[in-house]
Design a protein around this ligand. Structure first.
Ligand code: FRU
Length: 722
């Protein structure tokens, strides 16, 4: 093909520019094994450039070669400076890689001429939840041509992000700087797949449709092979042109080109991944923490959850959404509530507005209203705003959500006040909110006629109480005439008392309800029909590990809470919902199984998920126990402790017997003892080749009076749930 003359002229013009471009001059790449002629002062720089990540540091990425300047030496506490030998400015730019703390005076890199700072730059991080990825920076230095200069790297900070990372300082006639890249896509498929790489620099991505920004979030965007693909539904932009913009990208990056439209969710092995829980809910992609907005409406149990859809670490807090018709099988729906300029969307609750107090019901369906914390200051758009409480509603069974125009509905009261749990209090005909007031032990009660205007009712003091409260009433010993209220906090402590529509009066507590290692921020369902009458709770199994997985964290199974009288007083009991029994598959049973020292393998059983019911007669044994895929669940008669997953719970034998119900999933175990008097929930990383079970007794003989093991079906096997 012939090149048109005009184009030829144009390209000649552009090609004439490189003639003035000299080769790059390397100032330092820190690969030589020591700091060479650079002058080190203080401790922060260690004896030599760091070979990547230092102990107790999040993974450092984005540096070149094997080593870099990383002042996390001995942690954030150390300080110092590193000064280059004199250099002459001979190019238009000085380019370098920079990461770490973002304090312009205390964690910075400076260019000095005659002892004066003429250029300075600092890292990207000022708050928790940052990234240790380095990014290119560029100083334009044409005006300094020919001058003698030095470069100084400074770490004078000792607190959080009190370190700086620098690498690959180069004089160049080409600016290496970050630019905003954009790509436009005609939306003709239901999913957009985005490539994620754990530890990559966090990039701000914006979706723009018809000239308006419709979504904005941070993503660890993969520059090369992604760890996994995450996704977002495109239904709201169907047939439109979606413009995707990403800030601070290298001009030559092709990361945006790899973003793709698709007909299905990403992942050939979705829900079948090696560490995917098989009957505990986990999000298809991304991070989850607290369960939010647990509410029943029109045949469906809704489970909202704190969700980062764009990475496997906490961030971008959004309300994810799943529904179930049986509390066992979950179908994930599109995220329901997205972050906005009031903040990211922290935890909260949901109610059905049965009496249409909001006035939002227009058709057959009652409004479902979510009450959440707008966490001001946790995203770029909400800088300077406080934590407030907001609401959003749906009048189509939770399929689409509208934020209330008058948000926030409750202004800031104190600091990071958060996690509103709202109930309808029939005797006083009002909505009641219990809110964490961001100081250990302090919660407040608020009342509202319509969920939109709130006034303070009283303080709810709760020794040691922290975050994610709940408040509900239950019969004691199933006696409808004898009722008590329970006030609950995120750590699983509860008070038993009375509530008169204005104030909660504790009669006993705090009592600790959870003894397992991974159990936090539990919440109970709202609007369970009276004909069912159960108080059903789901907890976040906080802290489990899922290396290499495209998701992070899981929920507990739903549990039924009851109040019962014990010799110690009125206490909560916890049992898994009956519905879980429908996952029971092949059964193995034993009666009067004699147990001795050597673990007795339970023949013919192998798998990674079980439902176990065991009744042990302690007889003369010191301990009885089960070994499940290498994990011991053991009762010790000597100190009356049930031990599992490195934790212990106090438990008395009843007539010399211990009764256990144990739910074993691929990466989690939940133990319910003596009818729910004690519950322990924990996560484990399975020894993949150990799929067996065994029973044992030590210090004498004992018997498993009854031992029933069911292999369990996966909730994900049924493809209609995908
Ligand atoms: C509890 C919590 C809540 C907060 C949420 C943010 O785990 O800290 O207090 O609303 O997580 O994700």
């Amino acid at each position: 093909m012939r090149t048109p003359f005009a184009l030829l002229l144009l390209s000649l013009y552009f090609y004439s520019v490189p003639a003035a471009v000299g080769p790059d001059i390397l100032i330092a790449d820190f690969e030589g094994g020591d700091y060479g002629l650079w002058k080190v002062e203080g401790e922060a720089f260690g004896p030599a450039p760091a070979r990547g990540t230092l102990p107790h540091q999040m993974p450092v990425s984005g540096f070149e070669g094997k080593a870099l300047v990383n002042t996390f030496f001995n942690g954030d506490g150390a300080t110092g400076t590193l000064t280059s030998p004199p250099l002459k400015i001979e190019r238009h730019y000085i380019n370098f890689l920079l990461g770490g703390g973002g304090d312009p005076e205390k964690t910075c890199i400076n260019l000095l001429i005659d002892g004066e700072i003429v250029r300075t730059a600092t890292g990207p991080n000022t708050a928790p939840g940052g990234t240790e990825a380095l990014d290119w920076h560029s100083w334009e230095v044409s005006d300094l041509a020919g001058k003698d200069a030095t470069i100084q790297i400074v770490d004078r900070a000792t607190g959080g992000w009190g370190h700086i990372n620098v690498d690959q300082i180069v004089q160049s006639d080409r600016k290496i700087a970050n630019v905003t890249l954009a790509r436009e896509l005609k939306i003709d498929k239901p999913y957009l797949h985005l490539p994620v790489k754990g530890g990559a620099a966090k990039r701000r991505m914006r979706f723009v449709v018809d000239g308006s920004m419709v979504r904005q979030f941070d993503i660890e965007l993969a520059e090369d092979g992604p760890d996994f693909w995450t996704y977002t539904e495109t239904a709201p932009y169907r047939d439109k042109l979606l413009r995707i913009e990403v800030d601070r990208m290298r001009a030559e990056s092709d990361a945006l080109e790899r973003i793709r439209l698709a007909d299905t969710l990403p992942g050939e092995d979705l829900y079948q991944e090696p560490l995917r829980p098989q009957f505990h809910f986990s999000p298809a992609r991304g991070w989850t923490n607290d369960p939010n907005g647990l509410v029943y409406y029109d045949g469906e149990y809704h489970l909202f959850f704190q969700h980062n859809p764009y990475g496997t670490a906490w961030g971008n807090m959004t309300w994810g959404h799943a529904v179930s018709t049986d509390l066992v099988h979950w179908q994930q729906l599109p995220d329901a509530i997205h972050l906005d300029n009031l903040g990211t969307i922290f935890s909260g609750s949901a109610v059905v507005d049965q009496e249409n107090t909001t006035g939002w019901q227009t058709g057959r369906h009652k409004p479902i209203v979510c009450i959440y914390t707008s966490a001001g200051g946790t995203n770029a758009e909400s800088q300077g705003r406080p934590f407030t409480q907001s609401i959003a509603y749906s009048i189509d069974r939770g399929r689409t959500w509208t934020k209330h125009g008058g948000n926030p509905v409750l202004d800031n009261i104190h600091g990071g006040n958060r996690d509103p749990k709202v109930i309808w209090h029939a005797p006083s005909s009002q909505w009641v909110m219990v809110l964490y007031l961001d100081e250990r032990g302090k919660f407040g009660l608020f009342g509202s006629p319509d969920l939109k205007k709130w006034t303070k009712l009283s303080d709810l003091p709760f020794p040691e109480g922290h975050e994610c409260p709940d408040l509900f009433e239950l019969p004691v010993d199933a006696d409808p005439a004898l009722r008590r209220w329970v006030a609950w906090e995120g750590g699983g402590r509860y008070l038993v008392g009375r509530f008169d529509g204005k104030a909660f009066t504790a009669e006993s507590g705090p009592h600790l309800s959870k003894f397992g290692p991974n159990d936090y921020a539990a919440q109970t369902y709202s609007d369970i029909p009276a004909s069912d009458g159960r108080r059903i709770q789901i907890a976040w199994m906080a802290g489990g590990k899922y290396p290499g997985m495209p998701f992070n964290q899981q929920m507990s199974v739903p549990r039924v809470l009851t109040l019962r009288t014990t010799p110690e007083g009125i206490r909560l009991f916890f049992e898994p919902v009956e519905e879980l029994k429908k996952l029971r598959d092949k059964h193995h049973g034993w009666k009067d199984l004699a147990l001795g020292q050597a673990p007795k393998p339970l023949e013919g059983i192998a798998g990674d998920r079980f439902d176990i019911e065991a009744t042990f007669d302690l007889a003369k044994a010191e301990t009885v126990g089960l070994e499940i895929r290498g994990q011991k669940i053991e009762y010790s008669a000597a100190d009356k402790q049930l031990r599992a997953l490195d934790k212990a719970a106090p438990l008395d034998a009843v007539s010399g017997k211990i009764r256990l119900r144990i739910l074993v999933d691929r990466t989690s175990i939940e133990v319910f003892a003596n009818g729910g008097r004690v519950q322990m929930a924990g996560c484990y990383l399975p020894e993949s080749d150990n799929k067996g079970l065994a029973a044992y007794a030590t210090g004498g003989h004992a018997a498993a009076v009854a031992l029933d093991v069911w292999e369990l079906r996966s909730i994900w096997k049924e493809k209609e749930n995908l």
